[in-house]
Design a binder for this molecule. Structure first.
Ligand code: FIX
Ligand code: ZN
Length: 421
């Protein structure tokens, strides 16, 4: 085994961090929107500060009654969060640090701690120009939105139609259909689909019609659902029936993956609203059952529990129709992203999508990617250095090619379409 000199190791590290710093990212799962979606597009310092991650962290310090907090205007909520997490305590949690990384990347003086100045900056921005600036600074080429036809604010925008922006792709999100069938069925009925809660008559065919119509309307890159940690496949539930008879046939016909985000323990503290969800140990076996029973379907999977990550990696070694993606939600923290990414590289090589941002506020692209780029680059460089110790000769082009795969190519290859189409 060759001993690498420090210079040789540094050279590899520099090649890797350059490739990772320069790669244009496809962000495969976000909750951001393009300006035509109006108020659904969240941006600016008050949105950054009232991100549900920071609400949860603030409520640990303050004894403000929850309903009193939610009754506050957003600006007042942001004031409380800024004071509590940034001024009265050191903001080194990942979500706090993120706000500061975003402000810094915009050239704002973070050391001033002057919230009024930050607000003045955002007030002077024109949203269309600001969106382009954020894409530029973050090095993000395009994002995949989370588009829910059951959302009363979002559906009218799709029905009216909007001028598509190639930087914003759509994903058909169907949580109500698979998690709250009875309510979803009555909505489908109201929209003219011949369905009934007991799956009588043409219900399954009508659900397929609904899925196809919306997937085409959105040009959806995949169909997605967030499933509780108790999710089991197969079982004798409406969810299993809908997956078998509707989701997978339509995904198969359209050639798009079914994305499963598994592991949420919903609303363990409902007074925290969006911040009230937690995590539970999910069933990787259910993922294995899906991949084995439906070899012609493609599955994009991310799991919320740290304890599911190893078993999920092993499952992906067994099924080529399974692509693992992202360090989701409570896993999107540097120490865990590092651990999970190294494990995935060691078990799956380059055939993984290491990260997504899950940005809810557009400006979050300005911190979630710089933070993840660094961790992924460090892990990757260590892998290449271990490789070089064997005498294997690496080229910059090969590293660049691998990196482009990890930050976009693997996704586009898996969804079966070339970049951006
Ligand atoms: O289900 C999801 O897509 C989750 O990402 C969200 O529901 C969650 O609230 C979130 O923002 C995680 O980062
Ligand atoms: Zn999400």
């Amino acid at each position: 085994m060759a001993q690498l000199t420090c210079e040789q190791k540094t050279a590899i590290r520099e090649m890797v961090s350059k490739a990772v710093a320069e790669v244009k990212i496809t962000d495969i799962h976000t909750h951001v929107y393009t300006p035509p979606f109006g108020g659904l597009l969240l941006w600016g310092v008050d949105e950054l500060l009232t991100y549900h991650y920071l609400v949860a962290e603030t409520m640990r310090w303050v004894d403000v009654p929850y309903e009193k907090f939610w009754a506050m205007p957003k600006r007042e909520q942001a004031d409380l969060i800024w004071r509590t997490l940034f001024l009265e305590h050191s903001p080194y949690s990942e979500a706090c640090r993120g706000v500061l990384t975003a402000l810094d990347s915009l050239g704002l003086d973070v050391s001033s701690r002057n919230l009024a100045d930050y607000r003045a900056f955002f007030a002077s921005q024109k949203v269309e120009d600001y969106v382009s600036r954020v894409f530029e600074i973050a090095g993000v080429e395009s994002v995949v939105m989370t588009n829910d036809p059951f959302d009363d604010l979002e559906r009218p925008v799709w029905l009216k139609g909007w001028e598509r922006d190639p930087r914003f792709h759509a994903a058909l999100r169907i949580d109500p259909l698979l998690n709250w069938w009875d309510t979803a069925a009555s909505k489908l009925k109201a929209w003219g689909y011949r369905v009934d809660q007991q799956f009588g008559g043409e219900t399954l065919a009508e659900v397929r019609r609904f899925l196809k119509e919306w997937a085409k309307r959105m040009d959806a890159k995949y169909m997605a659902v967030s499933l509780p940690y108790t999710f089991v496949f197969p079982d004798d539930s409406a969810r299993t029936l809908l997956i078998r008879e509707c989701i997978l046939p339509v995904c198969g016909e359209l050639g798009i993956p079914f994305a499963l985000m598994i592991g949420v323990k919903r609303q363990i503290n409902p007074e925290l609203r969006l911040a009230g969800d937690a995590v539970g140990l999910g069933s990787v076996e259910s993922v294995e059952n899906l991949c084995a029973a439906y070899p012609d379907n493609k599955f994009l999977v991310t799991m919320l529990a740290r304890e599911n990550q190893h078993e999920l990696c092993v499952a992906a070694r067994k099924f080529r129709n399974l692509m693992i993606f992202g360090c989701w939600w409570f896993l999107n923290n540097p120490s865990l992203v590092d651990e999970i990414t190294r494990m995935r590289f060691e078990l799956l090589g380059a055939s993984v999508i290491p990260q997504h941002s899950d940005a809810r506020v557009f400006d979050q692209l300005l911190y979630k990617w710089p933070h993840s780029r660094k961790i992924i680059a460090d892990a990757l460089a260590d892998k290449y250095i271990d490789l070089a110790v064997t005498g294997w000769k690496l080229t910059e082009a090969e590293i660049k090619c691998d990196v482009e795969g990890l930050f976009g190519g693997n996704f586009w290859g898996f969804v079966g379409s070339t970049q951006g189409h």
